[in-house]
Design a protein around this ligand. Structure first.
Ligand code: CO8
Length: 257
């Protein structure tokens, strides 16, 4: 499938999706989000793919939803078509999704990065929820995922003032998993994805599910969920292989990758 607003490629068992609207700093429009949803669903179905990396350009991961496309929308219109609902495809993907962020990740761009399972940032990355400057508020989880990631006070600071935070501040605040020099960003993200691709598929899928449950439920329910899937993994051949390999002092060769 040829896409116009994204570029896709594969590196071993990792799929790479690059946002590709350089003239608009990768602003997220309906067409781009539809293409991304289609690419994500295809890679999620593909047994040869173990993890997905989403990235932008050096200047911008994505500078937000496309303001020019959005500006004439109306309340009845956005309500009727559930404007943002269809933009959340990344949250439905079973395989790990890594956001490799360089430059601006603003508004919907920051929200897209936060929908991914982890954010690896270049030292030039800038995160922000500047919607308040446009007479709106974040609409794709910015007030929710950001608050859970960085806490109330910093989320209020960012959402109410619209200021940007740099990569260092984002890492200190817990939004970002690691920071690397801009030139190494993609290689680092692909390395992390490749490492995940060598592990047991059922372990990876359930580990992702279990961490995500922590965002959506109580501690008691989350621990109950974790225990259920932890016990269930003892039914897999990869658990026998992983523990057997440790005991035999050799590298495990997981079958369900
Ligand atoms: N939408 C449309 N076009 C954009 C956007 C955008 N968000 N951001 C940049 N562009 C365009 C500019 O209009 C410009 O186009 P042109 O050359 O035709 O004038 C081009 O990209 C380059 O931009 P700048 O000249 O402004 O570049 P600078 O380096 O001077 O500035 C900034 C970079 C600071 C990033 C600046 O472009 C900016 O402030 N952009 C807007 C940031 C913003 O407000 N983002 C929030 C948008 S609202 C939103 O995201 C709501 C989320 C809803 C849910 C989304 C679900 C995923």
């Amino acid at each position: 499938m040829a896409f116009e607003m994204i570029l896709t490629e594969t590196h071993g068992r990792t799929a790479l999706i690059r946002l590709n609207r350089p003239q608009a700093l990768n602003a997220l429009c309906d067409g781009l989000m539809a293409e991304m949803a289609e690419a994500l669903a295809g890679f999620d179905r593909d047994d040869n793919i173990a993890a997905i990396v989403i990235t932008g350009s050096e200047k911008a991961f994505a500078a937000g939803a496309d303001i020019k496309e959005m500006k004439d929308r109306t309340f009845p219109g956005v309500l009727a078509e559930d404007f943002i609902g269809k933009w959340e495809a990344v949250t439905t993907i079973r395989k790990p999704v890594i956001a490799a962020v360089s430059g601006f990740a603003l508004g919907g761009g920051c929200e897209l990065a936060m929908m991914c399972d982890m954010i690896i940032a270049s030292d030039t990355a800038k995160f922000g929820q500047p919607e308040i400057n446009l007479g709106i508020i974040p609409g794709a989880g910015g007030t929710q995922r950001l608050t859970r990631a960085v806490g109330k006070s910093k989320a209020m600071d960012l959402v109410l003032t619209g200021r940007m935070m740099d990569a260092q501040e984002a890492e200190r605040a817990g939004l970002v998993a690691r920071i690397v020099p801009a030139a190494d960003l993609l290689a680092e993200a692909l390395k992390v994805a490749e490492k995940i691709g060598q592990l047991s598929g059922p372990s990876v899928a359930t580990a992702k599910q279990a961490v995500n449950v922590a965002f959506e439920t109580t501690l008691r329910e989350g621990v109950r969920f974790e225990r259920g899937v932890f016990y269930a993994l003892f039914a897999t051949e990869d658990q026998k292989e992983g523990m057997g390999a440790f005991a035999e002092k050799r590298k495990p060769a997981f079958r369900n990758r």
